[in-house]
Write a protein that binds this ligand. Structure first.
Ligand code: PHE
Length: 370
């Protein structure tokens, strides 16, 4: 065997046996690097006679080309083997159950509030809001509750400790104080976060918001939500009130029409005052609105008391109006059948995933009044 043939045989064997890319690179440097064995042979061509070079040249170049090709082939084989090993090791087990993704849900109260706002917006009502922490004036006095009148006790109010000026702030017991904030012009503009400011009649607003009373049982929670309505215009009477509530209730419960009744009641800020009931059937264990022989109370309402109008700078001989206050959570309970109102605020995500609504497929019963 010639020296060249011996060198080629040795290199081929080593290349074929190279275990990894690093070993292969070391072989390449040893053969083809600057001072590699084949590079040395190529350099020796320079000192040969032209005759010698004629035979040695092609032989050495051929050797270089075959060794280069063998190196490239082994490199490709090593890379393919590495990929195969990785594919085998990283194989996905598609039979494993996927990790469940937790999805949020729209709380029924927010859903009901949105449905109510959409229906009243369709009827031309604007939105107003006021503060949760109220003063005695707006929550009681301006609403015709005389000082120390027992009606103030009716609401089981949460009071704060008196401030330095002796004033006791409170958590509003209803959304009715916003009636006053909407009608009464004051010199101090309200913070931008309340969409309520003194405005001139005609007025048509709804006021959704949180309200608070010391009360807790299946149909009462210490924090709950109300939606106030206020309409002030000329020649407004109880017929307008009844039409507004009837139309709203039919739309909200997605019924062609509903049977409601006024029951006389007392609120200091309305005269006459009423509670309104809707026809329902509870015989099957769940409440069905719009059928049966029973009644469910849905709203407190009445004609705005002349004293309130006067207090807000409006002449009762010129302006009249009606007001109503819905319990939002209660309406939701009637429509969607939650057994206990307290669960609504217990922050149990299992409850929420059962009663909650998808944020992407919100049923909207209010798409256009017919
Ligand atoms: N504010 C009353 C309540 O909370 C409801 C109401 C609102 C009654 C407006 C009449 C007019 O019970």
């Amino acid at each position: 065997m010639t020296d060249h043939a011996q060198l080629e045989a040795d290199l081929s064997a080593q290349i074929a046996a190279a275990p990894d890319a690093a070993a292969l690179e070391a072989l390449r440097v040893a053969a083809l690097g600057k001072s590699g064995s084949i590079s040395g042979l190529l350099k020796s061509l320079g000192s040969m006679s032209p005759d010698e070079r004629k035979t040695a040249g092609p032989a050495i170049n051929g050797l270089r080309d075959r060794v280069s090709a063998a190196l490239a082939e082994r490199k490709a084989a090593l890379e393919a083997a590495e990929l195969d090993a990785r594919l085998a090791a990283e194989r996905l087990d598609l039979t494993l159950p996927a990790t469940p993704r937790r999805k949020g849900a729209v709380h029924p109260t927010m859903q009901v509030m949105d449905e109510m706002i959409a229906i009243f917006a369709d009827m031309g009502f604007a939105l107003a809001e006021g503060p949760d922490i109220e003063d005695d004036f707006h929550n009681f006095t301006a609403l015709n509750f005389p000082p120390r009148h027992p009606a103030r006790e009716m609401h089981d109010t949460f009071f704060f400790n008196p401030g330095p000026d002796g004033e006791r702030k409170l958590l509003r017991t209803h959304t009715s104080p916003v009636q006053v904030r909407v009608m009464q012009k004051t010199n101090t503009p309200p913070p931008a976060s309340w969409i309520a400011a003194g405005q001139d009649p005609p007025i048509r607003v709804i006021v959704p918001g949180r309200t608070y009373r010391q009360d807790s049982d299946a149909t009462h929670t210490p924090m709950f939500h109300q939606m106030e309505g206020l309409v002030i215009d000329r020649n407004i009477h109880m017929g307008h009130l009844k039409w507004t509530i009837d139309t709203f209730i039919a739309r909200f419960f997605e019924l062609p029409s509903v049977v409601t009744r006024f029951r006389p009641h007392h609120f200091p800020f309305t005269e006459p005052s009423a509670e309104m009931d809707v026809q329902c059937d509870t015989s099957g264990g769940e409440v069905k609105v719009g059928q049966g022989t029973e009644w469910s109370e849905i709203v407190g309402c009445g004609m705005v008391h002349p004293n309130i109008l006067r207090m807000c700078g409006l002449d009762p001989d010129e302006w009249q109006g009606f007001a109503f206050g819905f319990g939002i959570d209660r309406l939701g309970r009637l429509k969607y059948g939650m057994p206990d109102l307290r669960d609504m605020f217990a922050s149990d995500t299992r409850w929420l995933s059962h009663y909650g609504f998808s944020a992407f497929a919100t049923p909207n019963p209010a798409s256009g009044l017919s």
